[in-house]
Design a protein around this ligand. Structure first.
Ligand code: ACO
Length: 269
């Protein structure tokens, strides 16, 4: 296993300072939100560290697991952002609000980079979620392809209750998973969605006992690794594009991917 640190200039904080642990073990990368005493609250440093992990992900990695240390997966954005003092070295919403239009846009776009890469076709991302997954925590779970949850999970899209919108790429997967009406219900009430409902409405693939979460994720990862890597990538690409295409367009996309697979497998035989 390799423990890595952040390089680069502007955002060169260590993973520890960003509240993360990061390990790569063969084909599986594991990212752990690791500020349990603050319920794994997230900061801009957390998101830039996530983006850096995505940029530098070793080519052999096929599975990315995101998990949280302690009782909660994540209590969302660090609430110090709402104070005039903000998070040391990272500013506050008050200071962000003073930025010119372009810089303001860039700040949000940069934060979103921490989440977007988790949809790459070459990987399957799995969120292992226990306890609270609030705001940015819920959105991080939504950024993953699969959610395996403990029976004590409490999803909550708190942003509208705080006067904000969910902007960490969570609105699209939420609508894709549960539909617009249910997404409106969940976001505009900021209510808690527990394990039974999460499973019923398609937010969670599996619900397990709290103590069995790590094992369930390990088993899913092992199952996912049994399929052919290139076929898995091509199939994920097809599935991701399916909603945006007509049946005819999807059939055409299937032909393109299959021709590439058959050529790769049999052209030399
Ligand atoms: N930011 C900063 N610190 C936090 C956060 C947060 N989001 N959430 C919890 N903490 C800190 C608490 O201040 C407390 O610190 P302290 O021990 O120094 O006093 C510690 O974590 C433990 O928190 P408790 O509230 O005591 O833990 P409990 O398990 O009882 O409750 C819960 C957990 C429900 C998550 C609660 O802490 C909470 O409601 N947190 C705020 C959630 C929130 O509103 N997040 C913003 C969402 S919006 C967005 O993400 C964009």
């Amino acid at each position: 296993m390799a423990e890595a640190t952040l390089g680069g200039s502007a955002d060169s904080v260590s993973f520890e300072e960003a509240g993360l642990r990061y390990e790569v073990d063969g084909e599986i990368a594991t990212i752990t939100l690791d500020r349990p005493d603050k319920r794994n609250a997230q900061t801009f440093a957390t998101w830039s560290a996530l983006a850096r992990i995505g940029d530098d992900l070793p080519e052999q990695v096929r599975i990315v697991v995101i998990q949280g240390e302690g009782p909660s997966f994540s209590a969302g954005i660090d609430l110090r952002m709402f104070t005039p003092e903000g998070v040391p070295g990272q500013g506050s919403f008050s200071s962000t609000a003073q930025l010119d239009e372009k810089s303001f846009e860039q700040v949000i776009e940069q934060a979103q980079q921490g989440f977007l890469w988790l949809r790459r076709p070459e990987i399957v991302s799995i969120a292992a979620v226990q306890g609270h997954a609030i705001g940015a925590g819920f959105q991080l779970a939504l950024a993953c392809d699969l959610r395996i949850v403990a029976d004590d999970v409490k999803f909550c899209m708190k942003e509208p209750a705080l006067g904000l919108v969910p902007d960490l790429t969570g609105t699209k997967p939420l609508v894709d998973l549960v539909g617009t009406a249910k997404a409106i219900d969940i976001c505009l009430t900021a209510r808690v969605v527990g394990a039974e409902e999460a499973f019923r409405i398609g937010l969670a693939e599996h619900v397990v006992n709290r103590g069995g979460l790590a094992q369930a994720v390990q088993e899913k990862a092992a199952e996912l690794l049994t399929t052919n890597r290139d076929a898995a990538t091509a199939t994920k690409r097809l599935l991701q594009g399916a909603r945006g295409r007509t049946l005819e367009e999807q059939a055409a996309a299937e032909r393109v991917e299959q021709k590439a697979r058959i050529k790769a497998l049999f052209a030399g035989s």
